[in-house]
Design a protein around this ligand. Structure first.
Ligand code: GTP
Ligand code: MG
Length: 638
């Protein structure tokens, strides 16, 4: 163990050997009763553990713990450095005796579970007047009762029908003025329907608001009016989704596309007509109630005599060019500053002035607004957290999340306490303006925080959809770094790690198959000549069509596979007795995997094993967790 002294003012102890002593006591004692001058005089001395413990435990507890209002700067610096390293679990026997001594000597002090001076990330000390209060607050925060949690509504999948606004109808109207008995037509066009936009924004964390709605419909355009007044546009709709949402099209009903197809068929049909009369006959339109509006009060006999022109060709609004190509496949993995058009509103109908012909100066018909584009979309949220926690049920993932962030995830001593993912944010500067870890993002921006996703526990055969694990593994699939949370008190840690990797690796295989199937789906498709055509036409020579030759982008090949992500192990419950050997075995295993002596637990070839680290923590006491932000920051850069 190295004891470093810096001019007798500050002191730090660094060691891989962690003494089993009440961490609250040790540094405080040192600073209060014995000046640092009493530490061995050489700047860096090798000192034996018993020596240090003797020195610390001589008779110093009472004084130290009573000194609650101590402002000693040295003590503060000591707190941090000792607090960061003292994880009293590797020497249970020493701890037993030390703790017993401490308990004997402390006068009338209720036993405390947590250590008062240990700093926990993102946990402000300012709101607590005394250290005891702070200790109690931390204790209840990290070891809460099962009903002390906040449950935010959460949904990560939903299927929704999105409908753009229908067009408003055109108007049949004539000018009416004094002395003008039969004025010219002046019916306005119908308004265009509202558009549906989508935007991924950072603040959202769940799709539950969308899931409740089922149908999202933009406003219908208003009908045109007399005096050439065009109808008002329909109201637009904006769908906001969390960053990390994937949108897939399941079904589409595009009336304009159908009309275009019908129009194309009709054109071909006309081209083949032999006699001119037949073509002329065809040029004349017929009354179709779903397409035409006639002047109010027109009786059926009059309707029969009316000459309806051919319907105008199908139209799309100019905005439709900005719509994503069909079939929609969007991966909104970045915050969007501006919304993106999902479905453009339908065009409004035409007013009666559009149908003036030399033979018909006062047309008594207008067209109805176009029906809207309807899309059935599947939304899937894959949380984009920086760190994903993977662990067996009851391993202590949620407690770890609470220890690192201000999350109020549910904690309970039974499996499957967590039923939905929780995302916590670790503020690196601890809200004090001084960054605990200074790291920059790739774009040069200072990294002030990182996010952690705690997902329900995995069980054996989770990849066969047992338990809750598989459904939620997609949330860690997108995490930049993975933390495998292993309970040291629950049997062989190495076996637990292998089991977790097996499930993760199986899930990866399932995902790869999905991607391959998707690639197949997006291959160029041969479409035989339209089946709607009359038999006589389809017999003719028709050039085959190829649908979507290059419109659709292929699935993201750049997304890193799970096994190639950087990972580390968080060994929890290290405060419990008899966990030391288990941890040592785990460390040994990781070292051998790193050295290439043992295969990677995922059994995959290009799996990441460059800097395999393990952190022993006691999340319930917030011990050892300080090392995690640093490791995550290092690995995020990989
Ligand atoms: N002694 C000790 N107990 C711990 C520690 N961390 C968690 N626990 C306890 O372990 C139990 C399970 O903790 P959780 O955080 O709910 O575990 P989990 O992995 O989130 O469990 P699931 O959500 O069911 O997957 C709780 O009773 C915690 O108090 C620790 O470091 N030391
Ligand atoms: Mg949990």
């Amino acid at each position: 163990m190295d004891v470093k002294r810096d001019g007798g003012r500050t002191c730090s102890v660094s060691s891989t050997i962690v003494p089993r002593v009440p961490a609250a006591v040790l540094p405080v004692c040192c600073s209060e009763t014995r000046n640092f001058a009493e530490l061995p005089a050489t700047p860096q001395v090798e000192t034996t553990l018993p020596t240090l413990l003797d020195w610390c435990f001589a008779d110093l507890f009472v004084v130290a713990l009573e000194a609650d209002n101590c402002q000693n700067h040295r003590m503060t610096s000591l707190r941090t450095s000792f607090g960061a390293i003292l994880a009293p679990f590797l020497y249970p026997s020493l701890f037993e005796s030390a703790a017993a001594t401490a308990t004997r000597q402390l006068p009338r002090r209720p036993p405390r579970r947590t250590l008062p001076f240990l700093k926990r990330c993102a946990y402000s000390t300012e709101s607590f007047s005394s250290r005891e209060e702070l200790s109690d607050a931390r204790s209840s925060h990290l070891n809460p009762s099962p009903d002390n949690y906040s449950l935010t509504p959460f949904a990560d999948r939903c299927i929704i029908t999105v409908e753009a606004g229908a067009g408003g109808h055109g108007c049949v109207s004539f000018l009416r003025e004094k002395y003008i008995e039969e004025g010219p037509p002046n019916g306005g066009d119908g308004g265009t329907g509202g558009n549906v936009y989508i935007q991924a924004i950072r603040g959202e964390t769940s799709l539950h608001k969308l899931a409740r709605r089922r149908l999202i419909k933009a406003g219908r355009g208003r009908n045109g009016q007399g005096k050439m007044k065009g109808g008002e546009r329909g109201a637009d709709v904006l769908i906001t989704v969390p960053v990390g949402t994937i949108i897939r099209e399941i079904q589409r009903h595009d009336p304009v596309e159908e009309a275009e197809r019908a129009e194309l068929d009709a054109q071909r049909w006309r081209r083949r007509k032999s006699s001119k009369e037949e073509v002329e006959e065809e040029e004349k339109g017929t009354y179709d109630q779903s397409k035409w509006l006639v002047f109010p009060g027109t009786v059926p006999s009059e309707l029969n005599r009316m000459n309806f022109p051919r319907l105008p060709p199908p139209r799309r609004s100019h905005l439709a060019a900005l719509q994503p190509q069909a079939p929609i496949w969007l991966d909104l993995d970045k915050h969007m500053e501006t919304p993106m058009l999902l479905a453009a509103g339908a065009m409004g109908g035409l007013g009666n002035p559009h149908f003036i012909t030399p033979n018909q100066a006062r047309p008594k018909m207008a067209t109805k607004g176009d029906p809207p584009l309807k899309l059935s979309l599947q939304f899937e949220l894959k949380i984009l957290a920086d760190l994903g926690l993977v662990g067996l049920p009851n391993a202590g993932k949620s407690t770890l999340l609470r220890a690192l962030s201000n999350s109020k995830a549910r904690v309970g001593n039974w499996a499957f306490t967590t039923l939905q993912p929780n995302v916590g944010t670790v503020v690196l500067d601890n809200h004090h303006g001084r960054p605990a870890v200074i790291k920059r993002r790739r774009d040069g921006e200072l990294r002030e925080n990182f996010t952690i996703a705690d997902v329900p526990g995995l069980i054996e055969d989770a990849h066969l959809d047992k338990g809750l694990g598989l459904g939620f593994l997609r949330h860690v699939e997108r995490a930049a770094v993975l933390a495998f949370v292993i309970d040291l008190s629950a049997g062989d840690a190495v076996e637990a790690l292998k089991l977790l990797w097996k499930e993760v690796s199986e899930y990866e295989t399932v995902r790869e198959k999905e991607v391959n199937a998707d690639t197949q789906r997006r291959m160029v498709k041969y479409i035989p000549p339209s089946q709607n055509q009359p038999a006589s036409i389809s017999l003719g020579l028709e050039s085959p069509k190829f649908e979507n030759p290059s419109i659709e982008s292929l699935p993201l090949l750049s997304s890193t596979t799970i096994s190639s992500k950087p990972w580390f192990v968080v060994a929890t419950k290290a405060d419990l007795p008899d966990t030391q050997q288990n941890y040592e075995a785990l460390q040994d295993y990781l070292a051998r995997v790193h050295a290439g002596e043992l295969p990677h637990p995922s059994k995959r070839k290009n799996a990441w094993k460059y800097d395999l680290r393990s952190v022993p923590v006691s999340a319930i006491n917030a011990q050892g967790v300080e090392a995690i932000p640093r490791i995550v920051m290092d690995l995020l850069e990989e």
